[in-house]
Design a protein around this ligand. Structure first.
Ligand code: CAA
Ligand code: NAD
Length: 289
């Protein structure tokens, strides 16, 4: 891949843009407004500077990567890109509109990929111009640190599309795993029930936020407790994924915890909104109950 477009300049889109530019690709970074995409580029500059300070990369490499990222807000200039990766909000109706708009501007051999955490790839492909060039490319948060990409092929995804996306993932130095287009793919099918169960435990008064997190972090040697991780992923995203697991399987084991729904209704989305199970307004996160 020489050049890609990343759509959605949130925590995932910014990370995907950063690692792709660092691997030498030109990256058009799109969001609803060019200001959002520019702010994301400023955030990427800070991340790259941190890597320079830690002497993990040279400042000329950091500058070269940053120069390759071009913030945009419409798709007029995406015609030369080899791949478009959608990393917008985890809502099917938002993604479908993006695929329809992008489909009119991308070139007729380009790949359209989604970083969706859970929405079926075969279903999303119906809004793309060619289901054989549509695929799931699922990164993990934070993208520059996490070593995995899940590749999900829809029913119509071609071998050529899988091969080109595999080459892209390898160029980023990530380990690839291949999943069927099944609810939650591999990781979220396993992770989300754990995070959701932590929410049930909290809602039922089993223990405090701090003790649920400490129990899992120290008792299972996880880098973060489940409520901290849910805040890190985004409670809105956790709820959307859990709802997809629940509705696509019909299995009650995936029903979302009431407290998770309540927090999302309150606009408490976690770290990105400043408040979730923890309050992030101070120097260190403080449990909210
Ligand atoms: N972006 C980039 N780098 C980051 C970062 C971020 N947001 N947060 C931390 N880092 C880097 C730090 O700079 C540090 O780098 P060095 O080792 O080079 O110094 C390194 O990560 C470790 O950071 P810290 O020492 O500050 O903190 P930590 O040891 O607690 O690690 C963490 C932070 C890597 C995020 C770690 O807590 C962790 O691995 N947490 C679990 C993350 C996880 O499970 N992610 C998957 C979520 S699920 C998903 O992504 C799929 C989905 O669809 C929802
Ligand atoms: P986020 O809330 O941080 O960012 C979403 C971005 O999409 C925002 O900047 C928003 O302005 C933008 N957006 C919304 N509608 C748009 C539109 N019509 N056109 C262009 N941009 C639009 O969310 P995120 O955590 O970066 O998640 C993005 C995607 O990545 C979701 O599908 C999510 O499920 C998936 N994902 C998230 C994680 C995670 O841990 N957060 C991990 C893997 C995959």
């Amino acid at each position: 891949m020489q050049s890609i477009t990343v759509i959605g300049a949130g925590q995932m889109g910014a990370g995907i843009a950063q690692v792709s530019a660092h691997a030498g690709m030109k990256v058009l970074l799109a969001d609803r407004t060019v200001e959002i995409a520019e702010n994301a580029k400023t955030g990427i500059a800070k991340q790259l500077n941190r890597l320079v300070e830690k002497e993990k990369i040279s400042s000329s490499d950091a500058n070269a990567a940053l120069d390759k990222i071009i913030p945009i807000s419409n798709y007029d200039s995406i015609g030369d890109c080899d791949m478009i990766i959608e990393a917008a909000t985890e809502r099917e109706e938002i993604k479908r509109v993006i695929f329809e708009d992008v489909g009119k501007k991308m070139h007729d051999n380009a790949i359209l990929a989604s970083n969706t955490s859970s929405i079926p790839i075969t279903r999303l492909a119906q809004s793309s111009p060619d289901a054989s060039r549509f695929i799931g490319v699922h990164f993990f948060n934070p993208v520059p640190i996490m070593g995995l990409i899940e590749i999900i092929r829809g029913l119509a995804t071609s071998d050529d599309t899988v091969a080109r996306v595999t080459a892209y993932g390898e160029a980023l130095g990530k380990q690839l795993v291949f999943s069927q287009d099944a609810p939650g793919f591999i990781v979220n099918r396993i992770l989300m029930p754990m995070l959701n169960e932590a929410c049930f435990a909290l809602g039922e008064g089993v223990a405090s936020i701090r003790d649920i997190d400490t129990a899992v972090q120290l008792g299972l040697n996880h880098p973060m407790g489940p409520l901290t991780l849910a805040d890190f992923v985004g409670l809105d995203t956790c709820l959307e994924i859990t709802n997809v697991l629940f509705t696509t399987t019909g299995d009650p084991k995936f029903r979302p915890a009431p407290i998770l729904q309540k927090y999302v209704e309150a606009g408490w989305y976690g770290r990105k909104s400043g408040r979730g199970f923890y309050d992030y307004s101070g120097d260190t996160p403080v449990p909210t109950r």
